[in-house]
Design a protein around this ligand. Structure first.
Ligand code: AMP
Ligand code: MN
Ligand code: MN
Ligand code: MN
Length: 283
Protein backbone atom coordinates (compact mmCIF):
# COMPACT_ATOMS: atom_id res chain seq x y z
CA UNK A 1 0.00 0.00 0.00
CA UNK A 2 1.14 3.54 -0.71
CA UNK A 3 0.82 6.07 2.11
CA UNK A 4 1.47 9.67 1.01
CA UNK A 5 1.06 11.63 4.23
CA UNK A 6 2.49 15.03 3.21
CA UNK A 7 1.28 17.24 0.35
CA UNK A 8 -0.12 20.69 -0.40
CA UNK A 9 -3.04 22.21 -2.32
CA UNK A 10 -4.12 25.75 -3.26
CA UNK A 11 -5.48 25.99 0.29
CA UNK A 12 -1.84 26.83 1.13
CA UNK A 13 1.11 27.07 -1.30
CA UNK A 14 0.32 24.12 -3.58
CA UNK A 15 -0.71 24.73 -7.18
CA UNK A 16 -3.44 22.09 -7.55
CA UNK A 17 -6.88 22.53 -6.03
CA UNK A 18 -7.86 19.91 -3.44
CA UNK A 19 -9.96 18.18 -6.13
CA UNK A 20 -7.11 18.15 -8.67
CA UNK A 21 -4.70 16.92 -6.00
CA UNK A 22 -7.03 14.04 -5.13
CA UNK A 23 -7.40 13.07 -8.79
CA UNK A 24 -3.65 13.04 -9.21
CA UNK A 25 -3.16 10.98 -6.03
CA UNK A 26 -5.65 8.38 -7.33
CA UNK A 27 -3.90 8.40 -10.71
CA UNK A 28 -0.52 7.80 -9.02
CA UNK A 29 -1.85 4.83 -7.04
CA UNK A 30 -1.88 6.41 -3.57
CA UNK A 31 -4.00 4.30 -1.19
CA UNK A 32 -3.91 6.54 1.89
CA UNK A 33 -3.52 10.30 1.55
CA UNK A 34 -3.06 13.08 4.10
CA UNK A 35 -3.46 16.64 2.83
CA UNK A 36 -1.08 18.66 4.99
CA UNK A 37 -1.46 22.29 4.00
CA UNK A 38 0.62 24.85 5.90
CA UNK A 39 -1.20 25.82 9.11
CA UNK A 40 -4.70 25.07 7.81
CA UNK A 41 -7.04 22.09 7.48
CA UNK A 42 -9.58 23.87 5.27
CA UNK A 43 -8.91 21.62 2.25
CA UNK A 44 -9.75 18.38 4.07
CA UNK A 45 -13.58 18.52 3.81
CA UNK A 46 -13.29 19.41 0.11
CA UNK A 47 -11.19 16.30 -0.58
CA UNK A 48 -13.43 14.10 1.58
CA UNK A 49 -16.54 15.31 -0.29
CA UNK A 50 -14.96 14.37 -3.64
CA UNK A 51 -14.10 10.92 -2.29
CA UNK A 52 -17.64 10.42 -0.98
CA UNK A 53 -19.42 11.82 -4.05
CA UNK A 54 -17.41 9.60 -6.39
CA UNK A 55 -17.24 6.58 -4.05
CA UNK A 56 -13.45 6.42 -4.41
CA UNK A 57 -11.42 3.72 -2.65
CA UNK A 58 -8.63 6.09 -1.56
CA UNK A 59 -8.64 6.93 2.17
CA UNK A 60 -8.08 10.41 3.53
CA UNK A 61 -6.36 10.96 6.87
CA UNK A 62 -6.59 14.41 8.45
CA UNK A 63 -3.35 16.35 8.21
CA UNK A 64 -1.68 19.71 8.71
CA UNK A 65 1.89 21.06 8.53
CA UNK A 66 2.46 23.39 11.46
CA UNK A 67 5.21 26.03 11.36
CA UNK A 68 7.28 26.19 14.54
CA UNK A 69 10.51 27.76 15.72
CA UNK A 70 13.46 25.92 17.24
CA UNK A 71 16.89 27.51 17.71
CA UNK A 72 15.81 30.44 15.47
CA UNK A 73 15.00 28.05 12.61
CA UNK A 74 11.64 27.31 10.96
CA UNK A 75 10.87 23.68 11.81
CA UNK A 76 7.77 22.01 10.36
CA UNK A 77 5.66 19.56 12.34
CA UNK A 78 3.13 17.42 10.47
CA UNK A 79 0.03 16.48 12.44
CA UNK A 80 -1.78 13.31 11.35
CA UNK A 81 -5.07 11.59 12.12
CA UNK A 82 -6.48 14.18 14.54
CA UNK A 83 -9.90 15.80 14.98
CA UNK A 84 -9.76 18.90 12.80
CA UNK A 85 -12.76 20.33 14.66
CA UNK A 86 -11.12 20.12 18.07
CA UNK A 87 -11.44 23.63 19.61
CA UNK A 88 -7.78 23.76 20.69
CA UNK A 89 -6.63 22.95 17.14
CA UNK A 90 -9.00 25.49 15.60
CA UNK A 91 -7.76 28.19 17.96
CA UNK A 92 -4.12 27.28 17.34
CA UNK A 93 -4.47 27.43 13.55
CA UNK A 94 -6.44 30.70 13.73
CA UNK A 95 -3.46 32.20 15.54
CA UNK A 96 -1.05 30.76 12.94
CA UNK A 97 -3.11 32.55 10.25
CA UNK A 98 -2.65 35.86 12.04
CA UNK A 99 1.10 35.28 12.27
CA UNK A 100 1.21 34.38 8.54
CA UNK A 101 -0.60 37.58 7.55
CA UNK A 102 1.66 39.78 9.68
CA UNK A 103 4.79 38.00 8.50
CA UNK A 104 3.76 38.31 4.81
CA UNK A 105 3.28 42.06 5.29
CA UNK A 106 6.70 42.35 6.91
CA UNK A 107 8.35 40.27 4.15
CA UNK A 108 6.64 42.60 1.66
CA UNK A 109 8.08 45.71 3.34
CA UNK A 110 11.56 44.17 3.38
CA UNK A 111 11.47 43.07 -0.27
CA UNK A 112 10.22 46.53 -1.31
CA UNK A 113 13.39 48.01 0.19
CA UNK A 114 15.21 46.68 -2.90
CA UNK A 115 13.20 49.31 -4.89
CA UNK A 116 12.73 46.62 -7.54
CA UNK A 117 9.07 45.89 -6.78
CA UNK A 118 5.95 47.43 -5.17
CA UNK A 119 2.81 46.20 -3.45
CA UNK A 120 4.34 42.84 -2.62
CA UNK A 121 1.85 41.85 0.08
CA UNK A 122 -1.15 42.87 -2.04
CA UNK A 123 0.19 40.99 -5.06
CA UNK A 124 0.96 37.84 -3.07
CA UNK A 125 -2.39 38.05 -1.31
CA UNK A 126 -4.20 38.14 -4.65
CA UNK A 127 -2.35 34.97 -5.72
CA UNK A 128 -3.06 33.21 -2.40
CA UNK A 129 -6.77 34.08 -2.67
CA UNK A 130 -8.63 32.42 0.18
CA UNK A 131 -5.61 30.22 0.90
CA UNK A 132 -3.13 30.48 3.76
CA UNK A 133 -0.49 32.95 2.53
CA UNK A 134 3.18 31.96 2.48
CA UNK A 135 6.54 32.71 0.94
CA UNK A 136 5.57 30.61 -2.09
CA UNK A 137 2.93 33.22 -3.03
CA UNK A 138 5.43 36.04 -2.57
CA UNK A 139 7.85 34.14 -4.83
CA UNK A 140 5.13 33.76 -7.47
CA UNK A 141 4.38 37.49 -7.39
CA UNK A 142 8.10 38.21 -7.80
CA UNK A 143 8.17 35.92 -10.86
CA UNK A 144 5.01 37.58 -12.25
CA UNK A 145 6.67 40.98 -11.90
CA UNK A 146 9.85 39.79 -13.62
CA UNK A 147 11.98 40.30 -10.52
CA UNK A 148 13.21 36.68 -10.56
CA UNK A 149 13.08 33.89 -13.10
CA UNK A 150 11.75 31.10 -10.90
CA UNK A 151 10.82 29.97 -7.40
CA UNK A 152 14.32 28.73 -6.59
CA UNK A 153 15.81 32.10 -7.47
CA UNK A 154 13.20 33.98 -5.40
CA UNK A 155 14.23 31.99 -2.33
CA UNK A 156 17.94 32.01 -3.05
CA UNK A 157 18.13 35.76 -3.62
CA UNK A 158 15.41 37.19 -1.38
CA UNK A 159 13.32 34.86 0.78
CA UNK A 160 15.59 32.23 2.31
CA UNK A 161 17.07 32.57 5.79
CA UNK A 162 19.51 35.47 5.93
CA UNK A 163 18.32 37.14 2.69
CA UNK A 164 16.83 40.64 2.51
CA UNK A 165 13.17 39.52 2.62
CA UNK A 166 13.65 36.96 5.37
CA UNK A 167 11.75 37.57 8.59
CA UNK A 168 13.23 35.75 11.61
CA UNK A 169 11.05 32.80 12.56
CA UNK A 170 7.92 34.24 14.22
CA UNK A 171 6.46 30.82 15.03
CA UNK A 172 5.59 29.23 18.39
CA UNK A 173 7.81 26.48 19.78
CA UNK A 174 7.70 22.82 18.74
CA UNK A 175 6.15 21.68 22.00
CA UNK A 176 3.05 23.85 21.56
CA UNK A 177 2.42 22.31 18.12
CA UNK A 178 3.03 18.77 19.36
CA UNK A 179 0.74 19.40 22.34
CA UNK A 180 -2.15 20.70 20.24
CA UNK A 181 -1.86 17.75 17.82
CA UNK A 182 -2.03 15.40 20.82
CA UNK A 183 -4.96 17.29 22.34
CA UNK A 184 -6.81 16.77 19.06
CA UNK A 185 -5.98 13.04 19.19
CA UNK A 186 -3.29 12.85 16.50
CA UNK A 187 0.38 12.06 15.97
CA UNK A 188 3.14 14.66 15.62
CA UNK A 189 5.74 14.03 12.92
CA UNK A 190 8.99 15.93 12.31
CA UNK A 191 8.64 16.95 8.65
CA UNK A 192 11.47 16.48 6.09
CA UNK A 193 14.34 16.20 8.64
CA UNK A 194 16.89 16.40 5.80
CA UNK A 195 15.31 19.60 4.51
CA UNK A 196 16.77 21.86 7.19
CA UNK A 197 20.33 21.44 5.89
CA UNK A 198 21.63 20.63 9.36
CA UNK A 199 24.92 18.89 10.11
CA UNK A 200 24.68 15.39 11.56
CA UNK A 201 25.29 16.80 15.04
CA UNK A 202 22.50 19.39 14.70
CA UNK A 203 20.04 16.89 13.20
CA UNK A 204 20.60 14.70 16.24
CA UNK A 205 20.09 17.71 18.52
CA UNK A 206 16.81 18.49 16.72
CA UNK A 207 15.66 14.87 16.98
CA UNK A 208 16.39 14.85 20.72
CA UNK A 209 14.53 18.16 21.21
CA UNK A 210 11.57 16.88 19.17
CA UNK A 211 11.42 13.64 21.13
CA UNK A 212 11.80 15.55 24.41
CA UNK A 213 8.86 17.76 23.44
CA UNK A 214 6.72 14.64 22.99
CA UNK A 215 7.02 14.07 19.23
CA UNK A 216 5.85 10.72 17.86
CA UNK A 217 7.71 10.18 14.62
CA UNK A 218 9.80 11.52 11.81
CA UNK A 219 9.43 11.51 8.05
CA UNK A 220 11.81 8.78 6.99
CA UNK A 221 10.55 8.28 3.43
CA UNK A 222 10.25 10.94 0.74
CA UNK A 223 10.63 10.76 -3.03
CA UNK A 224 13.91 12.68 -3.14
CA UNK A 225 15.68 10.90 -0.28
CA UNK A 226 18.84 9.01 -1.27
CA UNK A 227 19.22 5.53 0.30
CA UNK A 228 21.95 6.63 2.77
CA UNK A 229 19.64 9.42 4.02
CA UNK A 230 16.82 6.91 4.48
CA UNK A 231 19.18 4.70 6.47
CA UNK A 232 20.32 7.64 8.57
CA UNK A 233 16.70 8.56 9.36
CA UNK A 234 15.77 4.95 10.12
CA UNK A 235 18.71 4.75 12.53
CA UNK A 236 17.65 7.99 14.25
CA UNK A 237 14.06 6.74 14.53
CA UNK A 238 15.24 3.48 16.11
CA UNK A 239 17.69 5.18 18.46
CA UNK A 240 15.13 7.67 19.76
CA UNK A 241 12.11 5.36 19.67
CA UNK A 242 10.26 7.32 17.00
CA UNK A 243 7.82 6.06 14.40
CA UNK A 244 8.31 6.69 10.69
CA UNK A 245 6.04 8.57 8.31
CA UNK A 246 6.16 8.79 4.52
CA UNK A 247 5.25 11.76 2.37
CA UNK A 248 6.16 13.39 -0.93
CA UNK A 249 5.71 17.05 0.15
CA UNK A 250 4.18 17.49 -3.30
CA UNK A 251 3.35 21.12 -4.19
CA UNK A 252 2.92 21.05 -7.99
CA UNK A 253 3.59 18.73 -10.92
CA UNK A 254 7.29 18.53 -11.79
CA UNK A 255 9.69 15.84 -12.90
CA UNK A 256 11.42 15.47 -9.54
CA UNK A 257 8.61 15.35 -6.96
CA UNK A 258 5.51 13.24 -7.41
CA UNK A 259 2.65 12.03 -5.25
CA UNK A 260 3.17 8.48 -4.04
CA UNK A 261 6.63 8.07 -5.56
CA UNK A 262 9.44 6.13 -3.80
CA UNK A 263 7.85 6.23 -0.35
CA UNK A 264 9.71 3.24 1.09
CA UNK A 265 11.51 3.08 4.43
CA UNK A 266 14.97 1.75 5.12
CA UNK A 267 14.92 -1.42 7.26
CA UNK A 268 13.75 -1.25 10.86
CA UNK A 269 11.23 1.61 10.73
CA UNK A 270 7.89 1.16 12.51
CA UNK A 271 5.33 3.15 10.50
CA UNK A 272 3.07 5.70 12.16
CA UNK A 273 0.09 3.82 10.79
CA UNK A 274 0.91 0.91 13.12
CA UNK A 275 -1.11 3.03 15.60
CA UNK A 276 -4.13 3.26 13.27
CA UNK A 277 -6.47 0.27 13.73
CA UNK A 278 -7.35 -0.01 10.01
CA UNK A 279 -3.68 -0.22 8.95
CA UNK A 280 -1.92 -1.62 12.02
CA UNK A 281 -0.68 -4.68 10.13
CA UNK A 282 0.39 -2.97 6.90
CA UNK A 283 4.17 -2.94 6.69
P1 AMP B 1 6.51 29.42 4.53
O1 AMP B 1 5.65 28.33 5.13
O2 AMP B 1 5.71 30.59 4.08
O3 AMP B 1 7.67 29.79 5.39
O4 AMP B 1 7.12 28.82 3.22
C1 AMP B 1 7.72 27.55 3.27
C2 AMP B 1 7.57 26.93 1.90
O5 AMP B 1 8.37 27.63 0.98
C3 AMP B 1 8.01 25.49 1.82
O6 AMP B 1 6.96 24.62 2.14
C4 AMP B 1 8.34 25.37 0.37
O7 AMP B 1 7.14 25.24 -0.37
C5 AMP B 1 8.93 26.73 0.04
N1 AMP B 1 10.39 26.81 0.20
C6 AMP B 1 11.11 26.95 1.32
N2 AMP B 1 12.42 27.06 1.07
C7 AMP B 1 12.55 26.99 -0.27
C8 AMP B 1 13.66 27.04 -1.16
N3 AMP B 1 14.91 27.19 -0.72
N4 AMP B 1 13.41 26.95 -2.49
C9 AMP B 1 12.15 26.81 -2.94
N5 AMP B 1 11.07 26.75 -2.16
C10 AMP B 1 11.26 26.83 -0.83
MN1 MN C 1 5.16 24.78 1.02
MN1 MN D 1 7.75 21.94 5.17
MN1 MN E 1 5.22 20.57 3.17
Amino acid sequence: MIFDLHCHSTVSDGKLTPKELLERAVDKGVDVLALTDHDTTDGIPLVQKEIDDNELAIKLISGVEISTCWENKDIHIVGLNFDRNHPAMKEYLANQSIIREERAQEIGRRVEKTKLIDNVYQGAKAIAGEGQIGRGHIARFMIEQGMVKDNAQAFKKYLARGKVGYVPSPWPDMKSAIDVIHQAGGQAILAHPMGYKLSGKWLRKLTIAFKGAGGDGLEAAGCQLAPPHRQHLAALALEYDLLGSSGSDFHFPSSWIELGRSLYFAKGVTPVWSLWPDYAHVS
